[in-house]
Design a protein around this ligand. Structure first.
Ligand SMILES: *[C@@H]1O[C@H](CO)[C@@H](O)[C@H](O)[C@H]1NC(C)=O
Ligand SMILES: *[C@@H]1O[C@H](CO)[C@@H](O)[C@H](O)[C@H]1NC(C)=O
Ligand SMILES: *[C@@H]1O[C@H](CO)[C@@H](O)[C@H](O)[C@H]1NC(C)=O
Length: 124
């Protein structure tokens, strides 16, 4: 019996040491009148005060590049209006939670094309 308890304790410690942060969820591009805002929610169990890293794809170099998020609010949105500046371009973004020692996996958006997916704002 003592032996079994030791095994259980060891398994629990091992899983804490290997734990990573939960992936962000509900990652969407909220686009109105060519104003493109990436929004997300923390994955369940994410500690408060988390930092997030945002990347976008694909410009001329056809690779993921970091976005410096302007107008960041509570670390849960990122203004991609200037990044997705080609209305005919096809883009994706991805976000992960990050601390000095841990990180989550990336959560990606769907493909996004400004000209076909930005909701127009109708003025009266
Ligand atoms: C996003 O950035 C654009 C360009 O800098 C700006 O015009 C727009 O007001 C910003 N949108 C929000 C919701 O902050
Ligand atoms: C669009 O964004 C790219 C990458 O940031 C930049 O090199 C380019 O000058 C921008 N184009 C316009 C028209 O703002
Ligand atoms: C978030 O980033 C800031 C600035 O780099 C840093 O001071 C802070 O410790 C970071 N928070 C976490 C949870 O890593």
């Amino acid at each position: 019996m003592t032996h079994l308890i030791q095994v259980v304790c060891f398994v629990q410690l091992a899983s804490i040491a290997l734990s990573v942060l939960p992936d962000p969820v509900n990652v969407i591009i909220d686009s109105n009148n060519f104003d493109h805002i990436l929004r997300w929610d923390p994955g369940a169990g994410t500690p408060m005060g988390m930092n997030y890293s945002v990347e976008w794809c694909c410009g001329e170099e056809n690779k993921w590049s970091q976005v410096r998020c302007l107008n960041e609010k509570d670390g849960r949105e990122c203004n991609l209006t200037e990044t997705f500046n080609d209305t005919l371009g096809e883009y994706m973004a991805r976000v992960k939670a990050i601390t000095e020692t841990q990180q989550s996996g990336w959560t990606e958006t769907k493909w996004f094309q400004p000209v076909s997916q930005s909701e127009p704002v109708f003025l009266n």
